[in-house]
Design a protein around this ligand. Structure first.
Ligand SMILES: Nc1ncnc2c1ncn2[C@@H]1O[C@H](COP(=O)(O)OP(=O)(O)OP(=O)(O)O)[C@@H](O)[C@H]1O
Length: 200
């Protein structure tokens, strides 16, 4: 039987504390490899903001429809933030692969555990800051968060760093010390000599 798109285009899960550099590294990757990667469009029960378009930023839905999809096992991961639900449907990930791209999932710890239990056959990358001290400097340097938010992120980062050290979870752990070096290491692992982790 011919391999499915999801087997030839294995999704990449990237996880790491806020401020570890996920967006920075993914921006480089997408720029250096145009038309290779894609993000799946998540579902959310929150209302669209001005300028947001159905099916582009999110698939906007209501709680009843969201829960129905949960019960049908349609999500590879979902979570509640504040009073709204957010989730990644299996269909959304598969449609990225069907379009000939590798789906990149930038998700947090609980989501990673759920994707691990799914049949997505994803590859798991943990991006770590060199230390909590450096992470704090970067979060402050980014200047996008209030003092309270920085403290919350650092608090959460301690648990995430422990998760990053757990056996059997990660296919690759990269320490983002010097950006160019970390990026090269991520790129090399993802591209995998042109195989992109494909076993097919
Ligand atoms: N190797 C590095 N050396 C120095 N600064 C870095 C390095 N990598 C990233 N940064 C800086 O650290 C800050 C945090 O990076 P970034 O926003 O990419 O993190 P993130 O993991 O995507 O965070 P979030 O999960 O909150 O979106 C940014 O200001 C970025 O420019």
């Amino acid at each position: 039987m011919a391999p499915s798109a999801i087997q030839t285009h294995r999704p990449i899960v990237i996880c790491g504390p806020s401020g570890s550099g996920k967006s920075t590294i993914l921006t480089c990757l997408f720029k250096d490899h145009p038309d290779t990667f894609g993000f799946s469009v998540s579902h959310t029960t929150r209302k669209p903001r001005a300028g947001e378009q159905e099916g582009r930023e999110y698939q906007f839905t209501n709680q009843e429809a969201f829960m129905k999809l949960v019960n049908e096992g349609g999500f590879v991961e979902y979570a509640k933030f504040g009073s709204n639900f957010y989730g990644t449907s299996e269909k959304a990930v598969k449609s990225v692969a069907d379009a000939g791209r590798i789906c990149v999932l930038d998700i947090e710890m609980e989501g990673v555990k759920q994707v691990k239990r799914s049949d997505l056959n994803a590859r798991f990358l943990f991006l770590s800051p060199p230390s909590l001290e450096v992470l704090e400097q970067r979060l402050r340097g980014r200047a996008t968060d209030s003092e309270d938010a920085v403290r919350q992120r650092l608090d959460h980062a301690k648990h995430e760093m422990a998760f990053g050290k757990e056996e059997g979870v990660w296919d690759k752990v990269v320490i983002n010390d010097e950006l160019d070096k970390a990026y090269k290491e991520v790129e090399e692992w993802i591209v995998d000599g042109g195989k992109y982790g494909s076993q097919a």
